[in-house]
Design a protein around this ligand. Structure first.
Ligand SMILES: Nc1ncnc2c1ncn2[C@@H]1O[C@H](COP(=O)(O)OP(=O)(O)OP(=O)(O)O)[C@@H](O)[C@H]1O
Length: 288
């Protein structure tokens, strides 16, 4: 499903959580939604899922408004963080409910996922560990095959091997059954290889919406003797810098054409990539 958001504002009383976000997400891609704590990720996903009504602006999924539109919301799945499924009975009850809710539910796939994540149908959700509850959320999200599926940090409770398993399964299933997937996460380095496009929000505003590869290509570290590094990076958008003795490394954000790259080489400077995590840190404001 394709998502169009225009001038979206969401207020909680006096608090403005989303402050005029416009976004256009073509269908059948995997999107990463990144932002610091309190930047508005959960708020945005809640509005996209129709859990909350926008205070202003427009939210369209496949061209239709979302809020109180069952025909659209029945095809949207938002898997939130752990804990929200705690008052359900057993795993079997949770799966039964999910199957009833989701028209594209794949019962065989759900069975396979239960085995992969080592859950049994008899387990009582309330007494399951955090990681097991996360896994249940992930199973419901994957087997639901909703045309718009969103994971709001839902897999953070799982341990590293379980998360790796989730990423593998997600990618394989997405290839076989393309759909629009939005994932919010704090584990940027870990999940960023999955993203085709990245959306970064900060303080309720859109900071970046880019192809992941383009975003990574725009982040460049320039390393060498301090004086030529300073001369080369003057006028560029500098994200941060480090100096060790006479060697300086400056992170810049922008497009460097071939001529500029040759110029750097001629000045004895080394150009290198920046990790997604570093780009993220420097493109957003520390809320503390
Ligand atoms: N129900 C609410 N009532 C009042 N303010 C809220 C409510 N929910 C969220 N907020 C505020 O709105 C802002 C955005 O919150 P949101 O939960 O969307 O951020 P987030 O990016 O998902 O954060 P995190 O990464 O910490 O989960 C925050 O300042 C938060 O305090």
């Amino acid at each position: 499903m394709r998502v169009e958001v225009r001038d979206l504002v969401l207020r909680y009383g006096e608090k403005t959580a989303l402050d005029g976000i416009s976004l256009s997400l073509p269908e059948n891609k995997i999107y990463g939604l990144l932002g610091r704590n309190g930047s508005g990720k959960t708020s945005l996903l809640s509005v996209l899922a129709g859990f909350r009504r926008e205070s202003a602006g427009e939210v369209l999924v496949d061209g239709d408004p979302v809020f109180e539109n069952a025909a659209v919301t029945s095809r949207i799945s938002l898997i939130r963080d752990v804990g929200e499924t705690t008052d359900l009975g057993t795993v079997d009850d949770a799966l039964f409910f999910a199957e009833w809710l989701r028209e594209d539910w794949d019962a065989e796939f759900a069975r396979e996922l239960l085995e992969r994540f080592k859950l049994t149908r008899k387990m009582t959700v309330k007494t399951m560990s955090t990681g097991q509850r996360s896994a249940l959320g992930v199973i419901i999200g994957l087997a639901g095959r909703a045309p718009l599926t969103m994971f709001d940090e839902s897999y953070l409770g799982m341990d590293a091997p379980a998360r790796a398993e989730f990423y593998d399964v997600l990618l394989a299933d997405y290839m076989a059954n393309p759909r629009t997937i939005i994932m919010s996460s704090h584990l940027i380095e870990e999940v960023s290889p999955l993203f085709e496009q990245v959306v970064i929000i900060d303080l309720g505003r859109l900071v970046v919406h880019e192809e992941a590869q383009t975003l990574l290509a725009r982040g460049i570290s320039v390393t060498g003797a301090a004086a030529p590094v300073d001369a080369f990076t003057e006028g560029l958008t500098v994200l941060g810098s480090r100096q060790l003795g006479a060697t300086k490394s400056v992170m810049v954000y922008g497009d460097l054409d071939e001529a500029r790259r040759r110029e750097a080489a001629a000045a004895g400077l080394e150009l290198g990539p920046i990790a997604m995590q570093d780009l993220f840190l420097h493109l957003t404001v520390d809320p503390r």
